[in-house]
Structure formats: C-alpha cells, structure tokens
Write a protein that binds this ligand. Structure first.
Ligand SMILES: [Fe+2]
Ligand SMILES: [Fe+2]
Length: 356
C-alpha cells in the first residue's frame, strides 16, 4: 500500500491523505465540554499533532495508539505549528502485512540491496564446506533472509533502525576481512561466518512491523545469543553436520562469547584468538555507530551532554572536507536516519562496562 504524504512535506493549507502511525492518542474536552481527540502521528520523517473535532466519540473506538491509519485531513496552522484537522480515518488491520516498516521507522543510511549482495559475495568466498552449509541452511530460507535485511540490531543506541542488523553484520564481514589481511594466521572463514550469524537471533529478538522497535516476548525471555545458537545448531542438524566438529564448536563459541563478559549476556568468555578478535570488532562497530548517531542527531561540533552509559562526555570534532568526501564515497546512496526514541537498557552490545 502506498504511503501518501510524508509528515516533513506537509504545509498548512494542504489537503492530506496518507498512512500514518498513531504515536499517542487521548480524549479531551473543549472549554464548552465537547469531546475531541488529540493525537500525535508519526512516520519516518517526523511527528505531527492532529485533532478530531467532529464525531470524536464515534472515532474513538475505531483505533488505538500504535495503529497505522489511513487519514484524510486538512493541514492548518495552530500556535505557529502545522497541525492536522482530521476529516476521516480508517485503521489498517494488524494482519495487513504489505506495509513496509521503513515508512514509519528510521532506516539504515546504506543501500540495503547492495549490502545484501555483498553479504552473498562474502558467503561465496567462504571455502570450508561446514561453514558454507551452515550459511546456506540459514540464509536460503526467504523469510530469514527478508528478516535479516529488515531487522534492527537494537531497540536503541546502535544500528537501531530498519536494516541495522544487515549493516552491522556486513561491517563485521568487512572488518574481519581487513583484520585477516593484517593477521594472516586468523581463520577468515570462521570470522566471516560468525559475522553473518552471530546476531541472527535478533530477527526473533525484536519486533519492528509497527513502531516502535521493541523486544518480542522471546527476545526478552531468551535473548538473541541463545536464539541464534539454536538457529545455528538446527542448521547443523538439518545439514547433517557433526555436533562435535572443532570448526563448528569454534563458531558456536563466538556466538556465545561475542558480548565479551558474563554480565553482558555471554555465558562464556572469548577463549580463542578469533573469539577475542570478534568481540573487539563487534564492540568497535557498535560504539562507532553510537557515536555517529550522536552526530546524526544534528549536534554541533563540541562537547555532547554526559553519556551515562559511557560515563563520559564526548567531544565531537568538526568534519573535515576530506572526511566528508570519504563518507560519501563509502556510504553510497544515503537515506535519512534518526534515533527511534526507544527506551530501556536491554541488549544490543556491551558498551564500555554497560549494556546496550
Ligand atoms: Fe549480540
Ligand atoms: Fe553484533
């Protein structure tokens, strides 16, 4: 279904038709005691206030906070702000699954098709049959593939947007390849396979079909490390691979240990060279994404506010022209990105001595 107008494009005087998500909704009364509905609508371009003045009681039962609605409204100016005066609306059913969540949530600032192609290329570059079979077993499932390309990597803090898991996993493939060039004794096949599989449990840890990004029940109760391990072990079983294979043990060890410490959800500490390296690369990518998120929020160069999770302020340096050119070259087609505004301390990756 088509999105229609995006919030950032709405100006007073316009007639507005489109899909929006209801971020908040409350029934209120005018001074004369007439009920009206006050709500905040959202899409991936921003938020806007909206009011239902007529037949408020009738509309009230039709939709709830979190629903996606088809809206017909007029944009008016109120107290210097653009606001929507709703003429009609209809909720979309929860079973409406042809809605692209990227319409309502922030999206990875990368070309997701190109990223997936690069992942496929990396899989083709894996030589050892056991790793190839695991990758084929997991990623040949179209639903798993679709979710891997759509899932966020966290609710908040790092890669917390549609396509975040794909971007993060591919960054680890790239980092692994680079580190193996420098330390040629490291097992490249193992690190590349781990890059693609280590967070695969996140496709079941988070829900993102409707804003906001949130934890699923299984995500909270089991976590992505356990769910990811189970996916890999199921793939091993289906592919008829040996449970005691040393290589597959090393892969599962990376999945279990990649958070680096027990208090961050890893039941074992990294105990192989590749597991030590992988944990550091995973942490590096999560931290750098967090820092680039601070810049993307439009902060001016200079000191940030105190970052509680890191227990420090950060100093954002101005971007140099050379740095900007490099970024443009690296990211390819840029799309908008913004924080999803979620809350809660859970999961994602350990940052410094805290979880996110
Ligand atoms: Fe993780
Ligand atoms: Fe990760």
């Amino acid at each position: 279904m088509e999105k229609g107008l995006f919030i950032r494009d709405i100006q007073p005087g316009m007639v507005v038709t489109g899909l929006f998500c209801v971020a908040s909704k409350s029934m209120r009364q005018t001074r004369n005691g007439i009920p009206f509905i006050s709500m905040t609508l959202t899409d991936n371009s921003g938020n806007m206030e909206a009011r239902i003045w007529d037949r408020a009681m009738e509309f009230d039962g039709l939709f709830s906070k979190g629903d996606i609605i088809v809206l017909h409204a007029e944009a008016v100016e109120f107290n210097g702000q653009c606001q929507l005066k709703v003429n009609d609306l209809k909720p979309l059913g929860q079973d409406q699954d042809d809605i692209d969540p990227a319409m309502f949530l922030p999206v990875a600032p990368v070309d997701r098709d190109a990223c997936w192609k690069e992942c496929e290329k990396a899989m083709r570059g894996v030589k050892r049959p056991e790793f190839r079979k695991i990758l084929r077993e997991i990623f040949s499932n179209p639903e798993t593939r679709r979710m891997f390309c759509q899932a966020p990597a966290a609710k908040k803090m790092h890669h917390a947007y549609i396509g975040g898991l794909l971007e993060h996993s591919l960054n680890l493939v790239r980092l692994s390849s680079e580190i193996c060039r420098l330390y040629s004794h490291l097992d490249r096949d193992l690190l590349v396979t781990a890059s693609l599989c280590h967070d695969i449990g996140k496709i079941r840890e988070f829900s993102w079909a409707r804003p906001p990004i949130d934890y699923t029940d299984a995500g909270r109760l089991l976590g992505h490390i356990v769910m990811g391990l189970r996916m890999v072990e199921t793939a091993m079983q289906v592919a008829g691979l040996n449970y005691d294979s040393r290589d597959l043990m090393a892969l599962r060890h990376i999945i279990l240990s990649h958070h680096g410490q027990r208090e961050f959800g890893s039941p074992v500490l990294p105990m192989t060279e590749e597991a030590v390296v992988f944990h550091m690369l995973d942490d590096l990518d999560a931290k750098l994404n967090f820092l680039s998120g601070l810049k993307a929020e439009g902060r001016e160069p200079g000191w940030t506010e105190f970052q509680r999770l890191f227990e420090r302020y950060f100093f954002l340096r101005p971007r140099t022209p050379a740095g900007l050119a490099q970024e443009e070259e690296h990211s390819g087609s840029q799309v908008q990105t913004k924080d999803n505004g979620g809350e809660g301390p859970e999961s994602g990756h350990p940052v410094q001595s805290k979880l996110f």
